[in-house]
Write a protein of this length. Structure first.
Length: 444
């Protein structure tokens, strides 16, 4: 498949402490598209679980014009709590399948949009059933099913009137490698699936780690009892924009066309970053040129003019702090890097990535927290070429009272030679603790 058209749904840089709209999942209802999405508060990883009210995740509903992807109604709250909603239409009735937050009586619910009724899903005759996350609903023969997961590959049949579910199919397919950061398997579900001919087709995501998700397609043939996976949808136009988390949210047919929804971000959601939701119109075959031009055009047009990079690829180089070279600091949790006053020597904490850039204007964006007041200078940020021999720009860094802060540095590269082995360096004065989370380099 290739991407014939891309419809931007959401594109926003969201700071820690603000709310982001994520996981826009669509389903056709009549001549409209109904969308369920997650409105989630971005909480700093260092503050996660620090208070009773730190967590906020609501499920919202909105109607869209399918021809333009523009909303035709204001968002309305469907559920005050919920995660990763998946929208599906069962015989013309819209439903939302959603995971409950941890600690709920059951881990999955089914919300009837028309009746505004929420049912706990109960898997019958399985008291020890682990509900997990990332279920993928689909409709066959007018009945609702859901792929529960890939370890084993398990299909549930769900009664939309009662919420009772039974296991319809189960088979071990060997995709049981566990991701150490959360205990779930690397191969995970992602979006609503679709019955095409005699096969069920869907898209999932492979979690390399907490901040890197890649897209794959799966096909289930009930008659042959076979499950197959493929990675043939080119996502470089997304990764070239610094989007390292790519999660599928819906796959559906509408007016004789196929659509795939994706929700993307730079990394895991504990930090300020760019969040993107797109609705992609798919075609059976094509080439990389069509994919690249379509996505690049949409992403460029989605940005405000003053923030719009050129289409030179990649447009954004994004690195978690520990993915750069570490000097006078230590690697910490979640790919962060710490510089500890009194323990680590003053000097460069991280540096790199030694990439070659064309002439032009770029912006370095550093996200960090400094354990000092905003009036105290604690370090510096600079940008260099030719392995640090030429300093192109620099600025002082100040304390942030321990809160995440975005520091930006504009850099002009006058000639191609000045862009050879480009690096950015974060230095510490050694007077206060510094916590570095990520660095990006964007062409302006």
């Amino acid at each position: 498949m290739f991407i014939a058209r891309s419809i931007p749904i959401y594109y926003k840089f969201v700071h820690a402490g603000e709310t982001a709209d994520l996981f826009h999942s669509f389903a056709p209802v009549g001549n409209e598209l109904i969308c369920a999405f997650r409105r989630h508060k971005i909480v700093d990883f260092a503050e996660w679980g620090s208070s009773e009210n730190f967590y906020e995740s609501r499920t919202m509903l909105q109607r869209f014009d399918p021809s333009t992807g523009t909303p035709i109604s204001e968002p309305e709250e469907a559920m005050a709590a919920g995660e990763d909603p998946r929208c599906v239409s069962v015989q013309g009735r819209p439903f939302v399948l959603s995971a409950n937050p941890c600690g709920g009586r059951f881990n999955y619910v089914l919300f009837d949009v028309q009746a505004k009724k929420c049912l706990n899903i109960v898997v019958m005759n399985r008291a020890d059933f682990k509900y997990g996350k990332n279920w993928q609903p689909f409709v066959a023969g007018g009945k609702l099913y859901a792929v529960h997961g890939f370890s084993p590959f398990r299909v549930l049949q769900i009664d939309v009137e009662t919420g009772e579910a039974d296991i319809a199919f189960e088979r071990s397919v060997g995709l049981d490698l566990v991701s150490p950061h959360d205990g779930f398997t690397h191969f995970r579900g992602g979006c609503s699936a679709l019955v095409l001919d005699d096969r069920v087709v869907g898209f999932g995501h492979m979690t390399a780690d907490s901040g890197r998700h890649s897209l794959f397609q799966w096909i289930f043939s009930p008659f042959s009892r076979q499950v197959s996976l493929s990675f043939d949808l080119d996502i470089r136009p997304l990764t070239d924009w610094g989007l390292k988390v790519i999660d599928p949210t819906c796959f559906f047919a509408f007016q004789e066309k196929l659509y795939l929804g994706v929700s993307c971000s730079n990394r895991d959601w504990f930090y300020g970053q760019t969040f993107v939701s797109l609705l992609l119109e798919l075609q059976p075959d094509g080439n990389d040129l069509q994919v690249d031009s379509s996505l690049a055009s949409v992403l460029s047009n989605a940005l405000p003019v003053q923030e719009r990079p050129s289409l030179a690829k990649p447009a954004v180089h994004f690195f978690r702090a520990a993915e750069l070279l570490i000097g006078n600091g230590i690697r910490s949790r979640n790919f962060e890097v710490l510089s500890r006053a009194g323990k680590d020597d003053p000097g460069h904490v991280v540096y790199g990535p030694y990439i070659n850039l064309n002439s032009g204007t770029y912006q370095v964006r550093l996200q960090y927290a400094g354990a000092a007041p905003s009036s105290q200078e604690i370090g510096e940020l600079d940008a260099c070429s030719t392995s640090g021999s030429t300093v192109l720009a620099r600025k002082d860094l100040f304390g942030t009272n321990g809160k995440l802060f975005i520091a930006t540095l504009d850099v002009k590269i006058p000639g191609d030679a000045q862009g050879v082995r480009f690096e950015t360096r974060v230095g510490s004065r050694g007077v206060a603790d510094m916590r570095l989370t990520d660095v990006s380099i964007s062409r302006l």
